[in-house]
Design a protein. Structure first.
Length: 137
């Protein structure tokens, strides 16, 4: 059985796009669930991080939520945050967290450098048939 991914508070803050002190306050006020390590350090499960990803756009109209989208014919655009980037030679593996789900896209390493993708950035996955493309917002 695979274990759930755990984030350090700093990594979770980066993925959520908030400051580290804000995340620490959420932990102290029990607004976000954590797991403690044997040494007493907080770790945040990936499901908890995903729970907070869409709070900023929650409740807005679709047209308002899609203002940052590129003008493109593909309609299957899913907004999420980059949780992991692995570059190996000419290709890169990008992992996104979207609504509690993970999507992995294989793109060129040049595209990662061109878009200046970084862990924690908000991006859109453009899904077309069997391909997943990344759009930097």
């Amino acid at each position: 059985m695979p274990t759930a991914k755990l984030f350090t508070p700093r990594d979770a803050a980066q993925v959520l796009g908030i400051s580290y002190p804000t995340l620490k306050q959420w932990i102290y006020k029990n607004q976000i669930r954590t797991v403690k390590t044997a040494g007493g350090h907080h770790r945040i499960p990936e499901k908890e991080v995903d729970r907070f990803l869409y709070r900023a756009t929650e409740g807005k109209e679709v047209a308002e939520r899609r203002t940052n989208f590129r003008r493109i014919s593909g309609r299957n655009q899913l907004v999420g945050r980059v949780t992991d980037i692995k570059v190996s030679g000419l290709i890169a593996q990008i992992e996104l967290s979207i609504g509690g789900q993970r999507i992995t896209s294989i793109i060129t390493a040049d595209a990662v450098r061109e878009m200046r993708l970084k862990k924690g950035q908000t991006v859109a996955a453009l899904v077309k048939s069997t391909e997943v493309m990344i759009v930097r917002l």
